[in-house]
Design a binder for this molecule. Structure first.
Ligand code: BV8
Ligand code: ZN
Length: 244
């Protein structure tokens, strides 16, 4: 095991352009529930019930209540050693891009700079008609008060995240595709690689010759394609691979 760590440490140390894709698993040790493992969010709710435009149209208060609860969980959480290892990696790398599926703002709070939030951010609202963006960390939508509206035009606001069936933000998608096409090392961390198009990025990188390294608690669709796979907690494994 130690040889594997040392070998990967050398690969990362020599990399010209490191791309990282993170999923809910990197925030699990911070106490933010994931989507599909046994304590996953979806256990209590189904994706179709809540993280879709149809769910928001049908029952906006229930969707706001879910995001309010999740915002509370995220604000209680602190970045963990996995997040902090990626901050150190960004400082050391010649070129570095962090693509995250997470909306919990923990990479930004940890101190990473070059973050591509492909599924949006739970603490930003967007107007449903003029698309005006404004930050909001309200956690409690239980009371019958009016739901958030756009400060510019008064239309109903929504959380600025990408729901199932919605396209990814154009700029973030293009940047992620470009990063996957040009990196020489791709780290996939804490993601079940179930959700597209994010799950394409590591496969694209591998196809163009990048070294694919996976760190995840359990096997995924990527594991058999990875050049190196570490099964375990990102908070424990990442510091060893960065040499912290
Ligand atoms: C789109 C934001 C088209 C909201 C999210 C059938 C086949 C293929 C694709 C599809 C299909 N049917 C539908 C689709 C498309 C769909 C999709 O991929 N569905 C999946 C479920 C099959 N994709 C979409 O709808 C996307 N849009 O395709 O649009 C389009 C194009 C043009 C015009 C119109 C339409 C949009 C997808 C984005 C959805 N939004 N999040 C919110 O968060 O509320 S996705 C959501 O899942 C989160 O972002 C989450 O990050 C993401 C992926 O899940 P993971 O992050 O991987 O989390 P998960 O729990 O799954 O895994 C965690 C892993 O960590 C586990 O493996 C666990 O073992 C591990 N772990 C746990 N603890 C640790 C750990 N690892 C390390 N250390 C630990 N301590
Ligand atoms: Zn507006």
């Amino acid at each position: 095991m130690h040889d594997k760590h040392r070998h990967v440490r050398e690969i990362i140390g020599k990399a010209k352009h490191i791309a990282v894709l993170t999923g809910a698993g990197i925030s699990a040790e911070s106490g933010v529930p994931t989507f599909r493992s046994e304590d996953g969010l979806w256990k209590n709710f189904s994706a179709s019930e809540l993280a879709t435009p149809e769910a928001f149209i049908e029952n906006p208060r229930r969707v706001w209540q879910w995001y309010g609860w999740r915002r509370g969980e995220m604000l209680k959480a602190e970045p963990n050693s996995g997040h902090l290892a990626l901050v150190e990696l960004e400082k050391r790398a010649k070129a570095f891009h962090l693509i995250t599926q997470n909306i919990d703002n923990l990479h930004r709070r940890a101190g990473n700079a070059n973050i591509i939030e492909i599924h949006g951010n739970a603490f930003r609202n967007r107007c449903t008609s003029c698309r005006y963006l404004f930050s909001d960390d309200t956690c409690d939508f239980e009371k019958p008060e009016p739901l958030p509206v756009c400060p510019e035009c008064g239309s109903p606001a929504r959380v600025d995240v990408v729901w199932f069936g919605e396209p990814l933000p154009q700029r973030e998608l293009e940047t992620s595709l470009d990063v996957a096409a040009h990196c020489d090392v791709f780290l996939s961390i804490g993601t079940s690689a179930n959700v597209y198009p994010a799950a394409h990025f590591p496969i694209m990188a591998k196809k163009q010759g990048a070294i694919l390294i996976e760190i995840n608690l359990e096997q995924t669709e990527l594991t058999w394609q990875a050049d190196f796979s570490f099964l375990g907690k990102a908070g424990e494994i990442l510091p060893k691979l960065i040499g912290l």
